[in-house]
Write a protein that binds this ligand. Structure first.
Ligand SMILES: [Zn+2]
Length: 483
C-alpha cells in the first residue's frame, strides 16, 4: 500500500505533491500554541503507538480519498518534544475543486484525532504536566480509561494494545457475560462472541447482560446491544453458532486470545487443541457449585497435559443439573477477563504453568504446578508423528477390510452422511462401541482430518492402539465422490 500517513520525531519537512489535474491544493498545519483551557502551555510531548498509528492513519487517509473523491491526501505527524510554534501535524489534500479538498482535510483531521493512537502531554507554565486523551482513541469519551492508564502496567502504550486486541469469547453465559462487559470497559477493541443460545428466564441469576425483557431473544444480539450501550466504538462480532470442528480453526486463528466460557468439555478440548495448534493463548475456566478452576494455556502445558481425557459426564454436572450461584460464575468470568487483559498487556500472569482452583464457600485455594506431559499428543506433535507414522490412512487402503469400522468424531456427528460416503463399510456411533465390538481397526473421520488425527493420537495414548485417522476427512470423501 502507498504510504500516506507517517510519523516523524524531528521537524516536519513537507513533501511536495504535484498533480496537473489538481485545481486546488489545501495545506493544513496544526501548531503548538501557548495556551489551552485558560492555562499557559510551555511545550508539548507526543507519544505514538507507532505500528497501530501508521495503519490507522493510512486507513483514514485512504478512506478520505474515496469518500471525497479527491486526487490525493497525505499527512505527517510529529512526536516527541515540541516547542511553541512547532508544527505537530501537517496535511495536504489535492483535488480538482477546492471544496472537496477542504472537506477531506477537515474530516481526516477529525478522524486522526479520534482514532489514531497518539497521545499528548501538555507541560504547563505553572508545572504539573498532564497527559491529555483529547487527541487519541480514548478521547471520544474523555476520561473513560483514565483510571487504568494511570497504572504503570497499562499507560498509553498498554491502552493502545488493548484497543488493537482481538479476543474470541466462546459462550455468553454466566462466565462470558461479565468477561465481555469487563473487556468492553477496559477498552478491548475487537470482541467476537460465539453463542447459539437464546435467553432463558433461568439464565438471569448469573448472566448479567440480559434482563427479563430479553427472554426468548438471541443472546449474541442482546449482548451486542449491551456492548454498544457501554462503548459503541468497540467492534463486536456476534456468531450465533455452536463452536465445532468446522469453524473452530478459522475463529481461533483470527484472534489474539481465546476465552473459554463454556460448560461443555467437548468444546473445551476442541478449543485447547485448536489454540495449541495455532499458537493462540487460551484462558479456560470451569465452575462447579461453589468452586471454580482457571487454567491459562500459552506455550506451556495444555488442558490435555493436566486432564488427558475429558472427565466422564457423570463427574461434571452442568449448572442446570447442579445449581450455581451468580456470584461464583461472575467471579470466575472476571478472573478470566483479568488474566486475558494481563496477557494482552504483557504482564506476567503467574498462571501459565499453574492450575488454580478456588472454593468460594470456605476460600480454600488449590494451586497445582502443571508440567508439560511428555506424552501429551497435542503438545508434542513432532514426537507423535515419528512414533505413529501409520496413524493416518487413506480410504482405498482400508475399504473392504474385515474388522474395520468407521466412527464420525465431528462435534455434531452424522453417521448417515458418513455411511453414504463410505458405502459397504461399517459405521458406528462412538469409539466406545467400536472398542466393545472388538474392531480390528477403528478409523476416525472428521471434517478435514485434523480433529480425527488428534483424537486418534489421544486414543492411542489411552491404550486404544488400533485407532486411525482418515486423511482429508469428509471434505476429501466428498471431493472424491464428486470427481
Ligand atoms: Zn498438552
Amino acid at each position: 500500500m502507498e504510504i500516506q500517513f507517517s510519523v516523524v520525531s524531528n521537524e516536519i519537512v513537507p513533501v511536495v505533491l504535484a498533480n496537473e489535474a489538481a485545481g486546488a491544493v489545501v495545506t493544513f498545519e496544526g501548531r503548538v500554541r501557548n495556551h489551552n483551557d485558560g492555562r499557559g502551555v510551555d511545550r508539548l510531548f507526543y507519544e505514538a503507538y507507532e505500528e497501530l498509528a501508521l495503519s490507522e492513519g493510512n486507513r483514514i487517509l485512504t478512506e478520505a480519498e474515496r469518500r471525497f473523491d479527491i486526487l490525493k491526501i497525505v499527512a505527517i505527524h510529529r512526536v516527541g518534544l515540541l516547542e511553541i510554534g512547532d508544527v505537530a501535524i501537517w496535511m495536504q489534500a489535492l483535488s480538482s475543486h477546492r471544496k472537496a479538498a477542504f472537506d477531506a482535510c477537515e474530516w481526516a483531521m477529525d478522524e486522526i484525532k479520534k482514532s489514531v493512537p497518539i497521545w499528548k502531554r501538555e507541560d504547563y507554565s505553572e508545572g504539573n504536566p498532564e497527559w491529555l486523551k483529547g487527541e487519541s482513541i480514548v478521547s471520544a469519551d474523555t476520561d473513560r480509561y483514565d483510571r487504568q492508564i494511570r497504572l504503570p502496567e497499562v499507560g498509553c502504550d498498554g491502552q493502545a494494545k488493548l484497543h488493537a486486541a482481538k479476543v474470541l469469547v466462546v459462550g455468553a453465559g454466566g462466565l462470558g457475560t461479565p468477561a465481555v462487559e469487563y473487556f468492553v470497559r477496559a477498552g478491548v477493541g475487537h470482541i467476537t462472541v460465539v453463542e447459539p443460545d437464546f435467553v432463558d428466564v433461568s439464565n438471569l441469576n448469573r448472566q448479567i447482560s440480559y434482563g427479563f425483557a430479553d427472554v426468548g431473544r438471541l443472546k449474541v444480539d442482546v449482548l451486542h446491544r449491551r456492548v454498544q450501550d457501554i462503548d459503541h466504538s468497540v467492534e463486536f462480532v456476534p456468531v450465533a453458532e455452536k463452536l465445532d470442528e468446522i469453524n473452530v480453526e478459522a475463529l481461533v486463528a483470527s484472534h489474539d486470545l481465546v476465552l473459554d466460557c463454556t460448560d461443555d468439555f467437548a468444546a473445551k478440548y476442541l478449543m485447547n487443541d485448536a489454540c495449541v495448534g495455532a499458537g493462540v493463548p487460551l484462558v479456560t475456566a470451569s465452575i462447579h457449585r461453589w468452586q471454580g478452576q482457571i487454567l491459562v494455556v500459552d506455550r506451556g502445558p495444555c488442558l490435555r497435559c493436566l486432564l488427558p481425557v475429558p472427565p466422564p459426564t457423570f463427574c461434571v454436572g452442568t449448572c442446570e443439573e447442579e445449581g450455581i450461584l451468580g456470584t461464583v460464575a461472575g467471579f470466575f468470568g472476571i478472573l478470566q477477563a483479568n488474566e486475558a487483559i494481563k496477557f494482552l498487556l504483557g504482564v506476567d500472569g503467574g498462571l501459565s504453568d499453574t492450575f488454580l482452583a478456588v472454593d468460594l464457600r470456605d476460600y480454600s485455594v488449590l494451586r497445582i504446578n502443571r508440567p508439560v506431559r511428555s506424552e501429551c499428543p497435542i503438545c508434542s506433535t513432532g514426537q507423535m508423528t515419528s512414533l505413529d507414522s501409520d496413524i493416518e490412512v487413506e480410504l482405498c487402503t482400508v475399504v473392504g477390510g474385515a474388522g474395520i469400522v468407521f466412527v464420525d468424531v465431528r462435534q455434531t456427528p452424522s453417521p448417515q452422511e458418513l455411511m453414504d460416503l463410505v458405502t459397504d463399510c461399517v459405521v458406528l456411533g462412538s469409539v466406545e462401541e467400536a472398542v466393545e465390538r472388538g474392531a480390528e481397526q477403528i478409523v476416525l473421520v472428521c471434517q478435514r482430518g485434523r480433529t480425527s488425527l488428534r483424537r486418534a493420537f489421544c486414543l492411542r495414548d489411552e491404550g486404544v492402539r488400533n485407532a486411525y485417522s482418515l486423511v482429508g476427512g469428509i471434505d476429501r470423501l466428498m471431493k472424491e465422490r464428486d470427481a
